[in-house]
Design a protein around this ligand. Structure first.
Ligand SMILES: [Zn+2]
Length: 444
């Protein structure tokens, strides 16, 4: 039965009974917003365009970080990276060999669903989002492949979908998380798309298939061959198109799809030469942090709505908490987006972003339309995202009166305050895992 959203709002006493629709959380690794036509992309992504037509689309969603681990931990907890603390790899003798583990002290999104009576299922094709790193907390069943493509998700999904169907048969609601690794590098050119986009891709793109992208970046391949950036983008877009076609088959066939809440989002974006960067985890520029967020409600309620209010991935868990449980959720940095879905507004707020890897420590905040960025101890940079979404004009000189206030807000707002410090993974990873992380750009 469709529950009008109006019942979900306000502080009526007694609280409204919880609604417990099926919820599907579809996370796509490395999908920058403008890879999708519905976000202004130049190449077609028809399945997700159809999905967007039946969903509420958030035009300005910010990933709280620009690589997988801190960003997904923010989705899992509703907290910013400097509050959940799961932000770093583990250095041993100056070399990163593993990653921080999400503490068991937090209530995760799957634990929240479980305590609300849901059966919980997760399939991940990203080796970072694995049980050994704490990301399976709260899932009744959880499968993770090690940096694999969508076929792994499909295989694992096929294995667990029977219990999903069975669970729904006995009227237990289900929460399903699916994490797709495509289109993360290495970019595998996918036909027929690459043939349409760049039939000449092999000339400059073959090294991208044969060598690791981080090595190519460090070795200056894209500086020597600037035209290879466009080829890389075409290869990436071909992976996006291939995944799009797959999702076009998968999504409408999910159990109880019409009655379900289906969220499609990305953990971070990808650079293609902007700010002199390639791939991700480099900075907090828009190519790496502007991500898609689309929410399909039961029976496509509010389908086709576009929301201009800026939001963050830290809002996912509070939104779903407000949906499924009348109980006050644990403290979170994000807020429920349910009012925005129904055309209401939220009080203005500041969104924060943070990346701290071996080569970069950058903080940023968004007070729409302004985005304020600090790299290391360099002066603040200020951009007007409404007028200059590509962040080409630093407005700091013109906004000098406001800089001290922004500085204070950024320092105080991103101050580390970690309630449950992450565990470090003891010991060395096996050589094979180390090599995989190195090839993915997280090791030096
Ligand atoms: Zn990622």
């Amino acid at each position: 039965m469709l529950i009008p959203l109006a019942l979900l709002f306000g502080c009526s006493d007694p609280p409204p009974p919880p609604v417990r629709p099926p919820v599907y959380l579809i996370v796509i690794d490395t999908l920058r917003a403008d890879a999708l036509r519905c976000y202004g992309g130049k190449r077609p992504t028809p399945a997700l365009e159809r999905f967007a037509a039946n969903a509420v689309l958030f035009e300005h969603c910010f990933a709280p970080s620009s690589w997988t681990v801190p960003s997904v931990a923010s989705i899992w907890t509703g907290l910013y990276p400097f509050h959940h603390g799961t932000i770093r790899g583990l250095a041993v003798d100056g070399r990163v060999v593993s990653q921080q583990e999400l503490s068991a002290g937090y209530t995760t999104i799957a634990e929240m669903f479980k305590s609300a009576g849901y059966a919980t299922f997760g399939v991940s094709a990203n080796g970072h989002i694995a049980r050994k790193y704490g990301f399976a907390q709260g899932f009744d069943m959880f499968d993770s492949g090690d940096f694999a493509d969508k076929t792994t998700v499909a295989k694992n999904w096929n294995r667990i979908s029977r219990p999903v169907t069975d669970a729904q048969t006995v009227e237990q609601p289900t929460f399903v998380m699916m994490f797709f690794f495509d289109p993360h590098h290495p970019y595998t050119p996918k036909e027929p798309y690459i043939g349409r986009y760049r039939p000449d891709w092999k000339k400059l793109g073959e090294p991208l298939v044969k060598q690791s992208m981080p090595d190519l970046v460090v070795d200056g391949y894209f500086k020597q061959h600037p035209k290879a950036i466009d080829v890389a983008r075409a290869m990436y877009d071909s992976e996006v198109a291939s995944l799009d076609a797959y999702l076009g088959e998968l999504l409408p066939n999910l159990p109880s799809y019409d009655e379900a809440w289906v969220l499609v989002l990305a953990d971070h974006g990808e650079s293609f030469g902007e700010n002199g960067a390639m791939i991700h985890g480099n900075n907090l520029g828009q190519p790496e942090v502007h991500v898609p967020l689309m929410i399909k409600l039961p029976r496509d309620q509010y389908g086709g709505t576009r929301v201009a209010t800026p939001v963050s991935l830290v809002d996912i868990m509070p939104t779903l908490a407000a949906l499924i449980t009348p109980v006050e959720p644990p403290h979170m940095d994000g807020v429920s987006l349910l009012p925005l879905l129904a055309g209401q507004s939220l009080p203005p707020r500041t969104l924060f972003l943070h990346v701290n890897l071996t080569r970069v420590n950058e903080r940023a905040m968004v007070q729409w339309p302004f985005k304020i960025i600090r790299l290391m101890d360099q002066p603040l940079r200020v951009f007007d995202l409404a007028a200059d979404p590509a962040e080409l004009r630093n407005l700091a000189p013109q906004q000098s009166d406001r800089l001290p206030g922004w500085e204070r807000t950024l320092v105080l707002g991103t101050r580390a305050a970690v309630l449950n410090p992450p565990h470090l993974i003891a010991g060395e990873m096996p050589a094979e895992g180390r090599e995989q992380l190195k090839n993915l750009g997280y090791l030096q």
